[in-house]
Design a protein around this ligand. Structure first.
Ligand SMILES: [Zn+2]
Length: 434
């Protein structure tokens, strides 16, 4: 747990003496291409994330985007996609992935298709009866935009240098609040664990100067807006990315990746909308600005960029012990089929990236960061699928929303940590210390 509020920035020099792994060759040029496409729906849609919300959207507060960052080094490719959406639930991940594979011949370990988990974006679905025909049309539209974004990014590959820095963000807070009777409810628990790291990867043209784009990683749900809100919005994360891009006069892409935030909500949460009366600053905008300002501070302090960062990636699907939703434990004799969990690991020089298709709780993400062989580790949740909450074992006895609704049995989180570290160590070219 990182409790310091002091901005700390560490710099990595990507030198030519990095060890060459069996998977990559650090002597080749790292190239990068970016794209940002508008994915705001042009018709009313059902909004995702709150089961109780049945009404259609009534307007647009801020526009939604898909941001694509593509890398290439020799024969290696890696495509990172940040989508202003809740996540690829209800079979929509394979629907997207199949189209991406067919179009680009991309291997499963070469793509991290993630969502920022805003609860004010269209529900993705292939089932018009369960949701709404407009949502099915939107899902088809989004698939086309993602393909177009990847094509644009991959056709714009140019050599880049990499810099990295870290800060500390205050937009999120642990949400597992204990009531006097001992029950855990969704609320605010400032003394609960939270990974406050704001991790920023920045890319620029060789020789310095023009920024080519940035990726940032912070752990919070994008739920400052609640189920009463009917306006389309990227919530605080989408607003932060928009601000970062506007500050760069739109010349660069700021792609957000949401960290282990299964039990983290924005400090102001589930509000009914954007209140502006009498000069009030809407909380969602305030929190988005707070996050964007911290990313900008981290960026300003990155004063060293290096070439020759090794690009590599791998993926693995685990079969983890499952449990019935609505329970905390697996009863004796109960036979529950295993639950797949997809891990997507990558490295860009001394930065590790670990994508997980789940809502990962703080301590599971921190265990991966703390055990990682890389100097910096991005934890990318809602990535390459959507499997529900992945809690640490010790929280099962406390219960609460994330535990009750999790499809995973106690202990699954710890297996995921061990397997994730195995992948990261393999990418780092060293033996796992686990
Ligand atoms: Zn969630």
């Amino acid at each position: 747990m990182k409790t310091t509020g002091i901005l700390r920035v560490s710099l990595i020099l990507f030198s030519m003496v990095l060890p060459t792994t069996a998977h990559g060759n650090d002597t080749e040029t790292l190239s990068m291409g970016v794209a940002r496409l508008d994915i705001t729906p042009n018709q009313p849609v059902r909004l995702a994330g709150y089961g109780s919300r049945k009404e259609m959207s009534t307007g647009i507060h801020d526009r939604l985007y898909v941001r694509v960052v593509a890398f290439e080094q020799g024969m290696k490719r890696l495509v990172l996609v940040s989508t202003d959406n809740l996540g690829f639930y209800s079979g929509t991940f394979p629907y997207m992935l199949d189209a991406i594979k067919a179009e680009f011949g991309i291997a499963p370990e070469e793509i991290l298709l993630s969502a920022i988990h805003t609860h004010s974006a269209p529900t993705l679905t292939l089932d018009a009866e369960k949701v709404h025909p407009n949502n099915v049309r939107y899902t088809e539209f989004l698939r086309g935009r993602i393909i177009e974004g990847i094509r644009t990014a991959m056709s714009d590959l140019q050599p880049v240098q990499v810099g990295v820095g870290r800060g500390s963000g205050a937009a999120g807070v642990n949400r597992r609040e204990e009531r006097p009777n001992g029950t855990i409810v969704l609320g605010r628990n400032p003394s609960g664990p939270h990974d406050r790291e704001v991790l920023v990867m920045s890319f620029q043209d060789p020789g310095g100067g023009r920024s080519r784009g940035l990726l940032y990683n912070y752990a919070t749900h994008a739920t400052s807006l609640g189920g009463a809100n009917l306006q389309i919005s990227g919530d605080l994360i989408g607003i932060a990315s928009d601000l970062l891009e506007s500050w760069q006069q739109g010349t660069t892409v700021a792609a957000a990746f949401v960290g282990a935030s299964g039990d983290i909500d924005p400090w102001y949460r589930v509000l009914p909308g954007f209140k502006t009366e009498n000069g009030w600053i809407p909380e969602t905008e305030l929190l988005g600005r707070l996050l964007a300002v911290e990313v900008a501070h981290v960026l300003e302090r990155i004063d060293s960029y290096g070439s020759g960062a090794t690009l590599d990636s791998m993926s693995k699907t685990l079969l983890l012990p499952g449990k019935k939703r609505g329970t905390r434990v697996v009863e004796d004799g109960e036979e529950i089929p295993p639950v797949p969990l997809r891990l997507s690991a990558a490295r860009i020089g001394e930065i590790g990236i670990l994508g997980i298709d789940a809502e990962v709780l703080t301590e599971v993400g921190l265990a991966i960061k703390q055990g990682s062989p890389f100097a910096h580790t991005f934890i990318v949740t809602h990535c390459n699928g959507a499997q529900g909450y992945l809690p640490p074992q010790h929280l099962y006895k406390e219960g609460g929303y994330e535990i009750e609704t999790s499809p995973f049995a106690p202990g699954a989180g710890e297996i995921a940590v061990k397997e994730a570290l195995g992948l990261l160590y393999e990418l780092a070219g060293s033996q796992s210390q686990q």
